[in-house]
Design a binder for this molecule. Structure first.
Ligand code: ABU
Length: 487
């Protein structure tokens, strides 16, 4: 015990080398369009390549460095300009610096004493996001992903209506009713299960042909559920649905909620960033009337996973009263500083990642205008691709995109001219998975596909990365044409 049990000098030397590997293999190659997006391996081959077994003795630095290189080399390059698979993509260097800082600090923003800088940054970033929603006051907390933010909304809504449910649980509550559109995120169902409300009590409201909740159908569902003896509690409207990218009509939904005294939550995990753009914020008109909002800057703003803000209009301390337990070893009331800064008890978590720092750094680097330009560039790139899809033979739009979700089928030459027979749709449903397999084995790009209601598999193309150029978009369509030519 007389000397440290860690070789600090060797550790620093190792880190120096790791930083080089990170820069070369992770950042440079990870964003280099001439590299593959992925190096597909079958799971067993990958297990063997990685030599996963954990043994009694440790390994030397060289071997460990090689392992770090392998992690980067064999992983999917989500920062690559041809990775279009998810609602997140790209690599922002400033935000990555923020992630390095967060990891290096290794702390949790529950008390000012262990995370003074991070807590103040979180406070500032949340206030700025609320301002964009249209609230001059309010509350909020970062959560580990949009699903958790949505679940916090459900929990806070229940607590606000039934404060005693916190101690007594659900047993003497009426049967509650939750409402969300057919296109809403599955976390609403998950949340109902997790909170003991029950998935049967989530009522999925019909949507129009664009995937938007129909307010009149919401009204009818609420009436129906009331007539059955349940107590409607919570409505989740979606601003940017996962597959179609649809925006629910918030003002009309807010009117219904106001009429029935229901909590209105807006899941703007995907579409929230449109609020930054004067040109696009109309998509969320009425959001200021919500009681709570989920907004994931890790998606469109490229902050890095994860960064999900749960925002609340209430500024009476509802979040604290709902979740706070006042653990006396963390949240002592007799500290020497202003304990209102010890905000961690607002979260159902104890240890929590400081997800505000990377957004704060990014915001400082590019400013609100830079963030807006990023959103508008993604929109412009999607419009360009849309025009190309309309022009090219063999591509068929699922619907005109409202935002960034470009959904389309590719019809190979062998299927052209056979529209609308059941066999046609059956065969078309196999095209996207076949093309996806080929593109992943080739490593040339990645894009997601899914069936949707009665629609057979189609591609959902998402651009969030400002590094994407017209050349990448032309390549994207050429590649689909080539991979699908002989199907
Ligand atoms: N559930 C959030 C988004 C998943 C996706 O990237 O498509």
């Amino acid at each position: 015990l007389d000397v440290p049990g860690l070789d600090i000098a060797a550790g620093e030397e190792f880190l120096q080398e790791v930083f080089q590997v990170l820069l070369e293999e992770g950042v440079r190659k990870g964003t280099d369009v001439t590299q593959k997006v992925c190096d597909w391996k079958e799971p067993q081959e990958l297990r063997e390549l990685l030599d996963l077994e954990l043994r009694n003795d440790g390994e030397g630095q060289e071997r460990l460095l090689q392992r770090c290189r392998d992690v980067l080399r064999l992983s999917v390059r989500t920062g690559h300009p041809r990775f279009f698979n998810q609602l997140f993509s790209g690599l922002d260097h400033h935000a990555l610096a923020g992630r390095f800082l967060t990891e290096t600090l290794n702390t949790t923003p529950y008390t000012y004493e262990v995370a003074p800088v991070l807590l103040l940054m979180e406070e500032q970033v949340l206030a700025k996001l609320r301002e964009l929603v249209g609230w001059s006051s309010g509350d909020g907390i970062f959560a580990p992903g949009g699903s958790m933010s949505n679940m916090l909304a459900m929990n806070v809504a229940r607590f606000q209506r039934f404060p005693e449910s916190r101690s007594r649980g659900n047993w003497d509550l009426p049967r509650l009713g939750l409402f969300a559109s057919q296109e809403s995120h599955y976390s609403i169902l998950k949340g109902a299960a997790l909170l003991g409300i029950g998935t049967d009590n989530v009522h999925l409201v019909r949507t129009d042909e664009r995937g938007k909740m129909i307010p009149e159908e919401l009204e009818k569902e609420i009436q129906r559920v009331k007539a059955e003896g349940s107590e409607p509690l919570f409505v989740c409207a979606t601003s940017g649905t996962t597959v179609l990218g649809s925006f629910d009509p918030l003002d009309a939904i807010a009117d219904v909620c106001a009429r029935h005294g229901l909590w209105l939550h807006v899941d703007a995990a995907w579409g929230g960033s449109a609020l930054l753009s004067p040109q696009l914020r109309h998509l969320l008109a009425g959001i200021h009337r919500a009681d709570s909002v989920t907004w994931n800057p890790h998606k469109l703003l490229m902050v890095g996973l994860q960064c999900s803000a749960f925002l609340l209009r209430d500024s009476s301390g509802l979040l604290q009263r709902c979740h706070g337990m006042g653990a006396t070893y963390l949240f002592q009331r007799d500290k020497f500083y202003d304990v209102s800064l010890d905000t961690g008890d607002k979260s159902p978590q104890c240890g929590r990642r400081a997800d505000g720092l990377k957004l704060w750094i990014l915001w400082k680097a590019v400013g609100t205008r830079g963030l807006a330009r990023r959103v508008e560039r993604a929109f412009a790139a999607t419009r360009y691709l849309l025009e190309q899809v309309k022009r090219r033979e063999g591509f068929q739009l699922v619907m005109e995109p409202e935002f960034l979700n470009l959904c389309f089928w590719f019809i190979p030459p062998s299927l052209r001219g056979q529209h609308s027979s059941p066999e046609f749709w059956d065969k078309l449903g196999k095209v996207a998975p076949a093309i996806k397999e080929k593109m992943m084995r080739r490593g040339s790009m990645m894009v997601g596909y899914q069936p949707h209601g009665s629609r057979v598999n189609f591609f959902r193309q998402i651009i969030t990365n400002p590094a994407v150029t017209r050349r990448d978009l032309d390549f994207f369509l050429d590649e689909i044409q080539e991979l699908g030519r002989d199907l």
